[in-house]
Design a protein around this ligand. Structure first.
Ligand SMILES: Nc1nc2c(c(=O)[nH]1)N[C@H]1C(S)=C(S)[C@@H](COP(=O)(O)O)O[C@H]1N2
Ligand SMILES: [Mo]
Length: 326
């Protein structure tokens, strides 16, 4: 991955939502939920579209979002400003610069959207996004997010647990891995006209990783629908792995017996492995992973094994050589 020296200070301060505004919004959502807001908005939770309440340039507010134990308070770290989360991105389908996705994805229409599910499942098929989401309750989860380029954020995601989705699809005995693919459409994703990566963007998880309670299919952030540049309408979030595992704008999910090929591993096999667990003890061939810059901070901070999620995920890698399986 290219390291660019662009700073968050490039983000116009007018674009950054003060935390007080966000907190007010959260309070509003909480109150609205108590008052039976689902009915008031004319929708049944979970809903992916409550357009009347969307501020200009922002995603629609999501209704019926359940609080979880993964709160900002429990994490004990500040949220990264909305303006940074949505203007400092990696999404090569819209360009390789950090501000390219926000600039080039404005016209992208993430609707209608269908998700193909195939391979080792009892319920293969092509699902309309709304039908795919509907059986599940939307949850808010505040996670750390660590890019392999050694910057990080804290993001309040809204999504559905990947484990619940897989259970619903009914994995068969051959389901040892889960493969994901992003939309491949250079007309809509102009960055795909360049050969910087092999398209479509591909990622994968071992089945136990996919079933881990932390793995999330996100449809929103900051209580609103995902902005295009963050992977609308649905993307993976795997907080104990480097950011590139968290594939955006997913159109296909395949359960299979073999370990799937992944885009960054194809592009640089020595630099990007299949596992890509955050590991401060194993350097990238071109830079250290010992520290990271939390976007918004001046000084770097030490990185944590599994991005601080060792208690939740460490057992899955017991006995594995994490240097070999990078
Ligand atoms: N399809 C696709 N998914 C992707 C990427 C990409 O270029 N294309 N970039 C990855 C990388 S390197 C990171 S760090 C995260 C960035 O997510 P964010 O922009 O929401 O912070 O998305 C990941 N998912
Ligand atoms: Mo990344």
């Amino acid at each position: 991955m290219l390291i660019k020296a662009k700073k968050t200070s490039d983000v116009a301060s007018s674009e950054i939502t003060p935390k007080s505004v966000y907190l007010d919004r959260r309070r509003f959502l909480a109150t609205a939920a108590l008052a039976g807001a689902g009915a008031a908005f004319g929708t049944i939770a979970p809903s992916l579209s409550v357009p009347a309440l969307a501020a200009p340039g922002r995603g629609a507010k999501l209704a019926g979002v359940k609080e979880t134990k993964w709160t900002q308070k429990a994490l004990g770290e500040d949220l990264t400003e909305y303006g940074s989360v949505t203007k400092y991105n990696n999404f090569y389908e819209f360009g390789t610069g950090k501000t390219d996705p926000a600039e080039n994805a404005t016209k992208f229409k993430p609707r209608p959207w269908s998700l193909a599910v195939d391979g080792a499942v009892e319920k293969p098929g092509t699902y309309d996004l709304e039908d795919f989401i509907k059986p599940h309750q939307l949850e808010e989860r505040v996670y750390r997010f660590r890019c392999v380029e050694a910057w990080s954020m804290v993001i309040p995601w809204v999504g559905i647990p990947l484990a619940d989705v897989i259970k619903r699809l009914g994995p068969t005995g051959d389901a040892k891995y889960v493969a994901f693919e992003t939309l491949n459409d250079p007309e809509r994703m102009p960055g795909q006209r360049s050969r910087v990566l092999q398209w479509p963007y591909k990622e994968g998880l071992r089945i136990d990783e996919a079933m881990n309670p932390l793995a999330l299919l996100a449809v929103g952030l900051y209580g609103e629908e995902l902005p295009n540049q963050n992977g609308a309408p649905i993307r993976l979030v795997v907080p104990w792995k480097y950011g590139f595992k968290s594939i955006k704008s997913i159109v296909k999910i395949t359960l299979q017996a073999k370990q799937p090929p992944t885009s960054w591993n194809i592009a640089g096999p020595r630099e990007y492995g299949f596992y890509s667990n955050v590991n401060p003890g194993v350097s990238h061939p071109r830079w250290s992973q010992a520290k990271e810059r939390r976007i918004g901070d001046f000084l770097k901070r030490p990185s944590k094994m599994f991005n601080g999620y060792e208690e939740e995920v460490g057992q899955m890698y017991a006995g594995m050589d994490m240097r070999k399986n990078y």
